[in-house]
Each structure stands twice: as C-alpha cells, then as structure tokens.
Ligand binder design. Structure first.
Ligand code: KIV
Ligand code: ZN
Length: 562
C-alpha cells in the first residue's frame, strides 16, 4: 500500500483491562456449538441452497452432533419459511436438537417469524440490530444510542408479548448487538442489559447474548478483552449464555474464537469449513478438531470428514481449499523428503510402541498434529512423490501401497531415480506411476540379459554345493543355455554366469519376501552387486516363485551394471 493510501487507516482502540485473566487460562471443555450453516452460511452463497439441499445439510449437521442449528431467516424469503415448515411438519427435528431462527428487531418480521415457528416444541428466536457508531451513523442515518437501544428493547418486548400465543412452544431468546466488535463496550453492555431487563432470564431459563465480530476489525487478543470485559460486567452472569460469532476478515476467526472461549464465553456460532459472508464465519471444524487434538471431547463427530466435505461441496457449490486445516486434500500430505522420512519413522515407531503400550499411547508423529485416520483419511495419502521428496518417501509409497519392503541401502538409488523422473515430468507422481517406474528401472529388468526359464536339480554336486541350475537366457537377443552349481539357486546362477565369462561382479547383498497385497503368492527379491570398479547396484525381481524372483533380481542388477 502506498503512503497516500495508508493515511486513511487508523489503529483500532484497545480495551482497558489491565487485570485480564484469559492469557493464563487454557481450554478444558467444549462450548455449546450452534451451526449457522443454513443461515449465515447459506445467505452468503452465490447460489443459495434449494429446500432439498437444505434438508440434506440439516441432516448432515444433526449427524455431526450439533444440538443447536440456526435454520434461516423465515420472515425474509418464502424458501426459508417453507424449509422451516417442512422441518416442523415432517417431524425432522430430533428431540435433543433445538432449531434457531433469525429475525431483525422489526415488528412485521417478528410477527411473520411467529407464524413460521408454530407447532415447534422448542425454538431459539434470535433477534438482532446493529449497534456500532459506524452503523448508527451510516446505515441508520445518525440515529442516537437511545434510538438504537429502543429498537432492541421493542423487539425483545414483542417476542415476549407474542410468546404466550404459542403456549406449546418453549421459546428461548437470543439477542445480538450486531457489529458488537466495533461498538463502544459500555454501550453494548447497556443495550444488552436493557434487553435482558425485558426478558428477565433466570439461571434455569437463560437467554443467549451473542456478541458478534460481525466484521473482524482487529487482533484476536482485543476480541478476547472485549469478551472478558463483557462477561465481567454483565449483571446476573449466571442467567445468560455468552455466545461468540466471529467472522474472518483478517484471517483470525479461529484464533479470536479460541481466545474468546478463554475469556469466558459459553457458546460458539459458526459454520462448516468457515462458509459465510466475505471471508466467512468461524470454521467450527477447525476449532473442534483443535480441541480434539488436545484431548478435549467436543460432541461433534468429524470421523468421516471426506463425506462431510463432499455433502458440503455439493449442496453449497463451494470448494474446500486444498490447505484448509484438517479437511483440505493436501493437509496430511508431505512432499518434502525430510518430512516424509520423519513421518514414516514416526508412524513405524508408533506402530511398534502401540504393541507394547496399547491404544492410549500419546500421539506423537512429526508434522502431524492429529492422526489422519481420526478424520477418515488414510495413511496412504500422507506421502506423495514429487521432485522435492526424499528417499524415504518413495520407499514408503512402494511399501504402503504396493507391499515392497526395500532394503534400506536401496532407498537412495530408487529415490533418486524416481524423483528425477518427477522432476522431468514437472509434476507429482501417482502411486501407480511410482510402481511403474520401479519396474521400469529396477525390477525384472531384462535387457541385455533376459532369463527365459530355469531348472534346479537338488542333489549333491560335490564341493560346489547341492544345487545345479540350468537356465535358458537371451543375451542381446541371442538364445543361450547356461549351467552352474552352487549351494543355492542364486549361487548356482552366479556360477553359470561365471562359466560364460559374464561374472564381472561380486554379490554383496540379497533379500526376499512375500509381497504383501501382491497378486496371488507373488514374491519380491532384491540383489546388490558390486562391479569391479567399485559401483554398487541394486536390482529387484518379482515373480510368483520366490526362487525365480531371486534370479530375476540378480539379472536386473547384472543388467543395471552395464
Ligand atoms: O455477523 C453477524 O453479526 C450476524 C448477526 C446477525 C448475528 O450474523
Ligand atoms: Zn454473521
């Protein structure tokens, strides 16, 4: 921003609270959650949800475990009105769920809202009017504080007067001084006290005072000061539930909410993935999973986050960014080599330690604040391969996804080859491409030497051991029969190569194992050869027969030495 532009901005005033308590507290329990997906969230959509989509979203929210759900602004539009009526008439609201409706503190809108809530067992009627100096001056044409307070009081009084017309409905009042975040603190308190005086809540029948950061103007610590100041100054604190409703204009809606909870709030309004006006509302998924990651139960179930994301994206037509905390496609993925190695070590170690210590073992895997499995993600997605990945990453993918347990000393050679490939292609490689590259460069390599067939005789062959190996090979396209003796198939084959003048190496390592998740009884083998000029090369073989896999690994390594 240039110096001329910057002059039009001002610092945001701090709250004077020298003995603030919130910085020394920690969060120990979850608040009451209220989803506003179907109101604030829906209101902010370029294409609002249809009634059918809202019904699907409502069921999703109930399934997640929300006990309070704001379902809309029934006096504002027919779709909203009809949606609420369908919920009521089709008996879709579970006994333990309380639906909330929003309405401005205006007579005809409150009256229409009362038509919409007929027949409900219990409902939160949420009234609001805007209170900040900016709103009073601009939107309400220089209305005075008294005039704005009167609007709130009249609204509360009208709800109180209409309540007896629905004797079968338990009505809970919620009041929001909209734009609380930039309202003078003492005035916000005065107006809330005035509404409270009308409603007369008790500790048994609390009312909700929702203190919205309608616009996030400043840092989360100031929000926390505002909330703590309010909690300390409101009369009859035990008769009100203090609710947070943050937006995310500065990108700190989650932090503001967390500090607001430290400051004493009881309740949180927000949306899935932070959908909402402008930069959105509070992302409840993030705040709840942050709590889970500290061992705090929340009553919300995000164990199938991919499904929740799918329904959300389909019904709202919004997308969850790839780096969205917990829910984004890439948030459990490491591309960097050192991170991949550390994650692999962490997961392997955890698996070992859990055998001894059981499922209560404290989570501790580098770079992962939670276990991806707890949100319905799998380990397979964690490590992906591009040119910045490390040797451990390729080995991890080959192991987890394809069942190859590569010898440690083979990792650098395979890793380098496959990262070079990713670099040339200029993109990430899929797990199947990693497997294809492994076969292309390391496994069953058959040029210039190709093993067509072999036969083993097991009997005493004198000082060279107990096995005779007869092999049919192609060398540079020419068929040959070779024979060798040894104390096992590999040795006998090495001897056969020696007989043909083809042994210009020493065999330095050999491993084999059955292929986990392989097709049928496939086996994998790995052979390391050292050339006469000191080069060490690994080759691999895969075959239904473990003997043939070993011979193919040897042939691969022999070819790779050329
Ligand atoms: O952001 C806000 O202030 C609101 C109120 C209506 C609660 O959505
Ligand atoms: Zn809002």
């Amino acid at each position: 921003m240039n110096t001329d532009s910057i002059r039009k901005y001002r610092p945001f005033p701090a709250v004077s609270l020298p003995d603030r308590q919130w910085p020394d507290r920690i969060i120990t329990q979850a608040p009451i959650w209220c989803s506003v997906d179907l109101r604030d969230g829906n209101q902010a959509l370029p294409v609002p949800m249809t009634v059918e989509e809202k019904l699907e979203m409502f069921d999703l929210l109930v399934g997640i475990g929300f006990k309070q759900i704001e379902v809309g602004f029934p006096s504002a539009a027919d779709t909203e009105f009809n949606f609420l009526r369908r919920l009521v008439e089709e008996n879709r609201i579970p006994e333990d769920v309380t639906v909330q409706v929003l309405v401005q503190t205006r007579k005809h809108l409150i009256e229409r809202t009362f038509e919409a809530i007929q027949g409900m067992r219990r409902v939160i009627v949420h009234i609001y009017n805007s209170t900040s100096p900016l709103q009073r001056r601009v939107t309400f044409s220089d209305a005075t504080q008294e005039e704005i307070k009167q609007i709130a009081v009249d609204g509360a009084q009208l709800v109180k007067d209409l309540a007896p017309t629905l004797p079968e409905t338990d009505i809970i009042l919620e009041y929001s001084p909209e734009s609380f975040s930039d309202t003078e603190m003492d005035y916000a308190l005065e107006i809330c006290e005035a509404v409270k005086a009308v409603w007369q809540p008790t500790a048994e029948r609390k009312m909700i005072l929702n203190l919205p950061a309608t616009v996030e103007w400043t840092t989360p610590n100031v929000h926390a000061d505002q909330i703590e100041w309010f909690c300390r100054n409101i009369s009859g604190r035990e008769t009100v539930s203090i609710s947070l409703h943050t937006h995310n204009d500065r990108g700190t809606g989650v932090a503001a909410t967390e500090l607001g909870l430290l400051a004493g709030a009881d309740r949180v309004e927000g949306t899935l993935f932070g959908n909402g006006e402008r930069t959105g509302n509070l992302d409840i998924v993030t705040v709840a999973l942050n709590m889970n990651s500290h061992g705090i139960p929340t009553g919300l179930d995000f164990t199938n986050l991919p499904h929740i994301r799918e329904v959300y994206e389909r019904t709202t037509r919004m997308t969850v960014p790839e780096r969205q905390p917990y829910a984004g496609e890439l948030v459990f993925t490491a591309f960097s080599g050192s991170h991949q190695d550390a994650i692999k070590k962490g997961l392997d170690r955890r698996q070992r330690e859990m055998k001894a210590e059981g499922a209560d073992l404290a989570w501790g895997v580098p770079y992962l604040t939670i276990d991806p499995q707890d949100t319905g993600r799998s380990y397979e997605a964690i490590i992906r391969i591009n040119s910045q990945s490390g040797k451990g990453g390729v080995a991890y993918v080959l192991d987890r996804e394809h069942g190859f347990d590569l010898p440690k000393t083979m990792h650098p050679q395979v890793g380098k080859q496959i990262y070079d490939l990713a670099d040339q292609m200029g993109r990430e490689l899929e797990a199947d491409e990693v497997r294809a590259a492994f076969f292309k460069y390391f496994a069953n390599v058959s040029e210039p030497l190709h093993l067509l067939d072999y036969e083993l005789d097991h009997h005493d062959t004198g000082e060279r051991g107990t096995v005779r190996c007869r092999g049919e090979v192609l060398l540079n396209g020419v068929k040959k029969s070779i024979v060798g003796l040894g104390n096992g198939p590999i040795n006998a084959f090495v001897h056969a190569l020696e007989q043909e003048g083809m042994k210009d190496f020493a065999l330095t390592d050999y491993r084999s194992h059955a292929l986990r998740d392989g097709s049928g009884a496939d086996a994998a083998a790995y052979v390391q050869l050292k050339s006469s000029d000191g080069r060490l090369v690994w080759g691999a073989g895969v075959d239904p027969s473990i003997e043939m896999a070993g011979l193919k690994a040897l042939v691969s390594a022999w070819n790779l030495l050329r």
